[in-house]
Design a protein around this ligand. Structure first.
Ligand SMILES: Nc1ncnc2c1ncn2[C@@H]1O[C@H](COP(=O)(O)OP(=O)(O)OP(=O)(O)O)[C@@H](O)[C@H]1O
Length: 342
């Protein structure tokens, strides 16, 4: 915990039936003021239940929630001073967009509504009613309304799920910038790895009610602790090898490791960490292309390397056909993985 600590979740556990499994299982994490944390994991892993316990809508069986060091586990939701945007938006249907945004904010002045609508790209929508908006627009109004209340912490459940790809990326960038300048902290739930990595400062990867790994977004992506985290946060090649010290012997040859290991290990190698090229006339290939996937801005090659299939991402300018004998090289280090089931 730091001096700047805003939220502490301590050993939160929630069972919905006395004999059933814990859907949130002894979960603990901390959040600093102004920090953005993504809870990411597959459907049913307990993300929303965790948010609901922090918000005060769900009572944990055991564990505590602290806000700036104060135990709020038994404090009613409306007294916690936490903003929330859940998947169903919950806009007031009889109020205009402008009235919805003004509701709950202590800020005065004519430009409050315009400022927050501008922030979510809905300038000029203040006179509309929620039923005159698309799902994505309602979602953005709900975000604007929670920002206007200026809480120190906002909980977001799938905040961008109803926006199309182009709008989603722009909304993420703009909203992240505004949250940072306002110093508002966020815990948000998503099962979209790109969203977690691009919007959050820190990610916590959940599985079956537990946090498998948490850390800075890039660190968790680059150094996943186990195969579950590695595959959940993006595409990867999981290979077997024999490690000794800082190296591992694999079907791609001897590779350096991010940290020492020994004996039989599983390793993760992201496809963008692999390079591919056609062999020169007298060169020995170490693989053969078995499939080519054109993805617009880049390509993915599926390559059989000594009986093991690996995927390699390459720039679109490299055009190699199926069946081509190639050299696959590793740019960077392989990550030795721990056991997901421990
Ligand atoms: N009120 C409830 N009563 C009984 N079981 C519940 C209740 N709420 C949630 N659950 C169960 O708890 C588990 C976790 O649900 P939760 O909504 O927290 O998952 P999630 O990770 O947010 O999933 P998703 O990504 O699909 O929203 C699920 O198996 C769900 O069926």
């Amino acid at each position: 915990m730091t001096d700047n600590n805003l939220l502490s979740v301590r050993s939160l556990t929630r069972r919905f039936t006395s004999s059933g499994p814990a859907v949130v299982d002894d979960l603990s994490f901390d959040l600093d003021a102004g920090e953005i944390l993504a809870l990411i994991g597959p459907s049913g892993c307990g993300k929303t239940t965790t948010l609901r316990m922090i918000a005060g809508f769900e009572t944990p069986n055991t564990g505590r929630v602290l806000l700036s060091g104060r135990d709020v586990t038994s404090t009613p939701a409306e007294q916690r001073g936490i903003g929330m945007v859940f998947q169903d938006y919950a806009l007031f249907p009889h109020m205009t967009v402008g009235e919805n945004i003004r509701f709950g904010t202590r800020q005065k002045g004519r430009d409050v509504v315009a400022r927050y609508l501008g922030m979510v790209g809905l300038e000029g929508f203040d006179q509309r009613y929620p039923d005159q908006l698309s799902g994505g627009q309602q979602q953005r109004v709900a975000l604007a309304r929670s920002f206007a209340a200026e809480p120190r912490l906002i909980l977001l459940d799938e905040p961008f799920s109803n926006l199309d790809a182009a709008l989603r990326s722009a909304a993420r960038r703009e909203i992240r910038r505004l949250l940072k300048s306002a110093g508002i902290a966020i815990v948000f739930v998503t099962h979209d790895q790109e969203e977690a990595l691009s919007f959050a400062d820190r990610v916590a990867v959940m599985h079956a009610g537990r946090i498998m790994q948490s850390g800075m977004a890039q660190e968790v992506y680059d150094r996943p602790a186990d195969a579950f985290v590695a595959t959940f946060l993006g595409r990867t090649n999981l290979l077997e090898g024999i490690a000794e010290g800082g190296c591992v012997q694999t079907s791609l040859g001897l590779l350096p490791l991010t940290h020492p290991a020994s004996g039989r290990v599983s390793i993760s190698l992201r496809p963008e960490r692999l390079g591919i090229r056609a062999v020169e006339a007298d060169e020995q290939p170490n693989g053969r292309i078995v499939a080519v996937e054109f993805k617009g801005h880049d390509m993915t090659y599926w390559v059989d390397c000594n009986g093991v299939e690996v995927q390699v991402d390459a720039m679109q300018s490299i055009r190699l056909a199926e069946g081509t004998p190639v050299r696959v090289a590793v740019d960077g280090e392989a990550v030795p993985l721990g056991d997901s089931n421990q």
